[in-house]
Write a protein that binds this ligand. Structure first.
Ligand SMILES: Nc1ncnc2c1ncn2[C@@H]1O[C@H](COP(=O)(O)OP(=O)(O)OP(=O)(O)O)[C@@H](O)[C@H]1O
Ligand SMILES: [Mg+2]
Length: 322
């Protein structure tokens, strides 16, 4: 029997997210905070956590340095995610989230990313190349830290091609544009990222599908899934367009919605299902993640209920207008 090819996520700018509460945020005074909670943060790590929750066994490749890096590794392992660590000289950064209890407002302080040395960047490439069997999917998610060249995700896109892996890039700005130019399997831009990708000043809602189609042709990408927050998602390929609405839910926090969506799509594709089914699962996971506070990802009962809603929506409402 052939050994199953793994799903691999890559996080080059991870963080330990430290969360606490304070009665009121005021200047000058010493503020008494509750005992902090720690969580592993970073796009690829979140995607790996979410894929594990869906039933997969992903491998999370990430950088880690110093005592904060040790804590990060412990936190990811506690989620039962397989890890491949690239050690860095600089310590892993720690971000700070504070909830003000009197108002319920959340303040999120992001620290600069941990700078990587050229040898450490090479070690990331080596680590990916050493994974055996070679990956089925490589998902690069999150920003690039200082020291990493802007075309880094393009290098990963080319590595994925050499390995016959399907590459998914979820980032923004120039690094996303350069990755896209290498021709990726799946892009999941939100509307702002799509606008940057095609270099437009403005992008109206009724122009999204055309913009994605132009991108597919220009960069030779296979699938573009535009995520549209509360409006759901638009699936665009060279010969297909479909809008999938987001089920109506009461939203608590949208943090982690994008990563949950990517996880839902990749997991479903890895099960041999169609891209239409994958996008529905992506929307179900993304929207389910918004039902939980803070950076908490989705709960499976919510995902199943929302997926059911989407399938019923299709039968009841959408099929009659096709
Ligand atoms: N307010 C919302 N209500 C319902 N669903 C939502 C909402 N916001 C996000 N989602 C769900 O999550 C998916 C991804 O969200 P979004 O489009 O905000 O991605 P993103 O901008 O990449 O997010 P992130 O900030 O996590 O990177 C959406 O397609 C949708 O299914
Ligand atoms: Mg995003």
């Amino acid at each position: 029997m052939a050994i199953k090819k793994p799903i691999v996520t890559l996080t080059v700018n991870p963080a330990v997210d430290k969360s606490t509460t304070v009665e009121r945020l005021v200047p000058d005074n010493k503020l008494r905070c509750e005992k902090p909670q720690f969580e592993a943060g970073g796009g690829g790590i979140n995607v790996a956590k979410a894929i594990h929750r869906l039933g997969g066994e992903p491998i999370a490749v990430f950088t880690s340095g110093g005592p904060t890096g040790q804590r990060l590794q412990k936190l990811v392992k506690a989620e039962q995610v397989n890890i491949r660590v690239v050690e860095t000289k600089e310590w892993t950064r720690e971000n700070l989230n504070i909830v003000e209890t009197t108002t319920g407002l959340q303040y999120r302080f992001g620290m600069p990313g941990t700078e990587l040395m050229p040898t450490e960047i090479e070690a990331i490439i080596d680590t990916l190349e050493e994974i055996d069997p070679t990956p089925s999917f490589i998902i690069a998610s999150g920003s690039l830290p200082p020291g990493v060249p802007t075309d880094f995700y393009r290098q990963i896109a080319n590595l994925a091609k050499r390995q016959g892996a399907k590459f998914i890039a979820d980032t923004s700005g120039e690094s996303l544009r350069l990755a896209s130019q290498a021709g990726v399997y799946l892009l999941k831009p939100n509307v702002t990222e799509l606008k940057e990708l095609i270099g437009a000043d403005r992008l109206e809602m009724d122009e999204l599908d055309e913009a994605a189609r132009a991108l597919i042709i220009r960069d030779n990408c296979e699938i573009v899934v535009i995520s549209m927050g509360a409006m759901g998602a638009m699936l665009v390929t060279s010969d297909y367009v479909e809008h999938i609405p987001a089920p109506p839910v009461s939203k608590k926090s949208t943090v982690g919605a994008g990563d949950s969506m990517v996880a839902g799509m990749v997991w479903t594709l890895s099960q041999g299902k169609s891209i239409r089914e994958a996008v529905r699962m992506g929307v179900a996971c993304g929207t389910a993640a918004t039902m939980n506070p803070g950076s908490e990802l989705f709960h499976m009962p919510d995902v199943n209920r929302l997926l059911d809603w989407l399938n019923r929506y299709e039968v009841r409402y959408a099929s009659s207008i096709r």
